[in-house]
Design a protein around this ligand. Sequence first.
Ligand code: ZN
Length: 218
Amino acid sequence: MCQATRDILWEQAKNWIREQNQCAGLVLRVGSGQATYHRYDPTRKQHLINYGARMIAAKHQPETAQGWLSTREIRSRGYFGGEVSVLNLLAHTCCHEFAHLLQHSAGQRHYGSVHNRHFYEALDELHTSGAAHATRQHLSEQAAVAGIELPGSAFELPNPVQARQQWQVGDAVRFGDGRSKKKGEVIRVNRKTCTVLVNHQSRLLRYRVPLQLLSPAT
Ligand SMILES: [Zn+2]
């Protein structure tokens, strides 16, 4: 991802960036946590983009990829045809962070409104100009050379509205695995969870269970 960001995105934009800020440099690195961000160091005149290793891991599974802004952006803005896959997510993440760099260079990053109109103009432009596609291509090729599997097949993301409509108050449900397997009754349907009442050794316990972990009790 670091290489794709430098070879494709930075390479295409660096002349424009240096018109705004003559000696601007770029440092790319991988952090060990989830944190993924762009930051600018004014004393060194250096842009820094950090990709979190755990973010990359999270974007490999539909369940953990769901909560990320990049998943929502691909779907709601129709980037890469609205298709969420590991490859598209990682390519889009490069573009997302690079759009922050462009936004910053244009002087449009403001405290409290980071994902503003200017940010999305820059991000849209990366997608319509073909830069995002080239980034995706580069990632895919480099991964193949390195023997890393980056699936390009679309995730089946559970539709939250559909998942919610599946349950009603009074439904008998089960959740959990093995020894922690539980059976109970839905007493409330929330946005992303159901509140389930479980009778455990004649004590009534309430659990908030994520929709995707519930199944009907028969
Ligand atoms: Zn952002």
